[in-house]
Design a protein around this ligand. Structure first.
Ligand code: GDP
Ligand code: GDP
Length: 464
């Protein structure tokens, strides 16, 4: 199974050089391949044992008039739509330019998988540029030298797990989002805003996990409002994980569930075992994980395991307690549930807990709201200026320790990624900072920037 990688970035950063290296020969421009415009060239790439399609946004160098930016934007958006993964390239020798920032904005908005590459990174002249690239908010930059072939092993390590994921997704026959590739044809280049309003262009990926009989199928059916999923002839027969695309209260979502549906499809395989491994798989695909508990048997071993996995995988989590309709002592029960939640799952501190009845539909509107909010927080981006103001305050309130009389300096902070939020603090002696201090900062971020229920990653990075 294969995937498509698009190499995007402004002219001259080294896209074609990398393209040629991946494809292994100089390719002529192909004019009329279906789905490929003259400005995009496509080739079959090899990297280690990976085989994939690579597209390069070439041809822009020829454009000299002032419509360059608009054309670049259109072309890039088209490439992003065609690709499963985008490799966004900057020139680490030049550093980050405003045009790079424009590209970063497009990618943050449109692409599910972005690999940020700081190219021309051979030697030390690129160090400053690599550091600057963190500020683009697309994660840790990959040091690359397309010309000298450096960083190819790291590129392989980034691509390999994604390749596995796309191989699995390819088995999934559920409806695909229909992207209109020509949507920007009437784009007004002159008056285009620098940063378009973000729009949701991919369905929100939700996994519903929980022990057998928690009510997963009932819940999804209620949301669907019909019995389609359970009675569909192909449900669960051929696939390991089932996903289906639905519209839940106006939000396009792709919901992953597994054993519950399969059971109803009368495939009585080792249910218990399946539901665990399928749950794990669903978590890997999801943006938001809904852990569905049976109010009578909450927080079982299996639920705890999957909750912990969701946290480690960096997913947003919502806990839903089902079968609330048959609960007599609602208030007492809720208090007890909250207590167990805090005690058993401290790593999910602050995650929303919603009571529902999949059977009657009660509470589903609150569940929808909780999912949306969790997703929102998970995607939250905090401006660098605000972060550094905040960091200054935190340092004043509670300075870092001075091991052996040596002060640790925390200099600068930026959000390196979202989904979940990840932050990098540039400091002296990162290895000397105690875990308790990192925890102090993470808890502070969670509280001060209102980010409940999402894992927060904080990395200390040395810089002298
Ligand atoms: P594109 O416009 O993004 O496709 O960029 P090209 O691949 O045409 O490269 C632009 C220029 O950068 C060429 O002169 C390349 O030789 C040079 N270049 C590409 N990759 C590297 C690299 O890794 N290191 C250095 N130093 N130069 C590079
Ligand atoms: P799954 O294995 O997680 O997919 O669970 P099912 O959806 O098959 O539900 C298991 C059982 O719980 C069925 O008998 C459902 O009718 C019942 N059930 C599901 N949701 C509710 C609910 O909200 N209230 C009550 N009282 N029963 C429910």
């Amino acid at each position: 199974m294969s995937f498509t990688l698009a190499i995007v970035g402004r002219p001259n950063v080294g896209k074609s050089t990398l393209f040629n290296r991946l494809v292994g020969k100089k390719l002529a421009l192909v004019d009329d391949q279906p789905g490929v415009t003259r400005d995009l060239r496509e080739g079959e790439a090899r990297l280690g044992d990976l085989r994939f399609t690579v597209i390069d946004t070439a041809g822009l160098e020829d454009v000299t008039d002032n419509s360059l930016e608009g054309r670049m934007r259109r072309l890039t958006e088209r490439a992003v739509d065609m690709a499963d993964i985008c490799l966004f390239m900057i020139d680490a020798r030049t550093g980050v330019t405003p045009v790079d920032e424009m590209f970063a904005e497009i990618l943050r908005r449109k692409s599910a998988h972005v690999i940020l590459a700081a190219n021309k990174a051979e030697g030390n002249a690129a160090d400053a540029g690599v550091l600057e690239a963190y500020g683009l908010g697309l994660g840790e930059p990959l040091r690359l030298s397309g010309e000298h072939g450096e960083g190819m092993a790291d590129l392989f390590s980034e691509l390999a797990p994604l390749a596995d994921q796309f191989a699995e997704e390819a088995v999934d026959h559920s409806p695909v989002v229909d992207l209109d590739l020509d949507e920007d044809d009437d784009w007004d280049e002159e008056n285009a805003p620098a940063a378009p309003v973000p729009t949701r262009e991919k369905p929100l990926q939700v996994a519903v996990v929980g022990r057998p009989n928690a009510g997963k199928s009932t819940l999804i059916n209620k949301i669907l409002g019909e019995d389609r999923l359970l009675t569909g002839p192909e449900a669960g027969i051929t696939r390991d994980a089932i996903s289906l695309q639905i519209d839940w209260a106006g939000t396009p979502m792709r919901i992953f569930d597994t054993a519950g549906m399969r059971k109803k499809a009368k495939v009585q395989e080792k249910l218990e075992k399946l539901s665990v491994s399928d749950g794990l798989r669903a978590v890997k695909f999801a943006e938001v994980v809904v852990i569905l508990l049976d109010a009578e048997i909450p927080f079982e071993q299996q639920d705890l395991r999957i909750a912990d996995l969701a946290e480690r995988e960096g997913r947003a989590v919502v806990v839903a307690v089902n079968k609330w309709d048959v609960e007599d002592n609602k208030q007492e029960k809720l208090a007890a549930l909250k207590e167990s939640f805090t005690r058993l799952l401290p790593q999910l501190r602050g995650a929303p807990l919603v009571t529902v009845s999949a059977k009657t539909g009660k509470g589903l509107d609150r569940l929808h709201a909780a999912v949306m909010r969790a997703h929102d927080v998970w995607n939250r981006r905090i401006p660098t200026a605000a972060l550094n103001r905040w960091l200054t305050g935190m340092l004043e309130q509670h300075p870092p320790p001075a091991p052996q009389g040596k002060r640790i300096k925390l200099r600068y902070m930026t959000q390196a990624k979202t989904r979940p939020p990840g932050f990098v603090v540039m400091c002296s002696h990162p290895d000397k900072i105690p875990a308790s201090y990192t925890r102090y900062l993470v808890n502070g971020l969670r509280q001060d920037f209102d980010m409940p229920g999402t894992p927060i990653r904080l990395t200390m990075r040395g810089q002298n």
